[in-house]
Write a protein that binds this ligand. Sequence first.
Ligand code: BTN
Length: 236
Amino acid sequence: MKFKKIYYEEIDSTNKELERINAVEGTVIVAERQTSGKGQGGRSWISEEGGLYFSIMIKPKSNFHLIPLISGLSVFKSISDLIPNESKNINIKWPNDVFYNDMKVSGTLVESKFKGNKIDYCIVGVGINVNQDTFPILDDNKPISIKQISNRAFEKIQVLDLYLKYFSNLYLSLLDSKNIIEEVNKHLYKKNEIINISVQDKVLLGTLKGLNDDGALILLDKEDKEHIIYSGRILK
Ligand code: BTN
């Protein structure tokens, strides 16, 4: 995929801007800071200096349900390349967060627009904690930056280019869903552990067994009943 990057010092949200400009596929908006960054579930994403904030416009023809997974996997691969000694402690929290032990390094917000029952476009918005030394408020996710993990700063552009390289490759191989899901499965946060997951307005408790062939999460409850979860949020 060919990317065209547009830089801002400050913007409300790179996701919102991409939506406003009616961008072609491959347009990437990058900002040093966001004044109203959007997070998952209607939450906000604190976007102070030091983090990497960007959004990509894509128009997938098939398998668009795998877009969150390929974003998480691209962040996972990029960070593992940057701090290889720590890669064993880096995992993907389904579907697209990246964690260092129990701390969040990155999150993705995919926003999709449909025309009728067909996908028109997806905006893939990614926040990566790269060089922050401190974080202002602590919500239920403990944030950590790559700099705090490794004690050194990184060129954010280098991190972005690494991500785009991996994302582009995975996007081109979107039809090969088996490989993508297998790779995510290998690095899945809390695999075989007991988790709480909120699904719609319920919280389910069970063992995270892995992902099925659709990339959905398999949860085994204490009655040994299997739940297949297409959309939900792992709590603890
Ligand atoms: C999450 O809640 O984990 C998702 C966070 C996504 C944040 C990124 S930062 C760049 C892009 N623009 C936004 O407004 N949000 C996404």
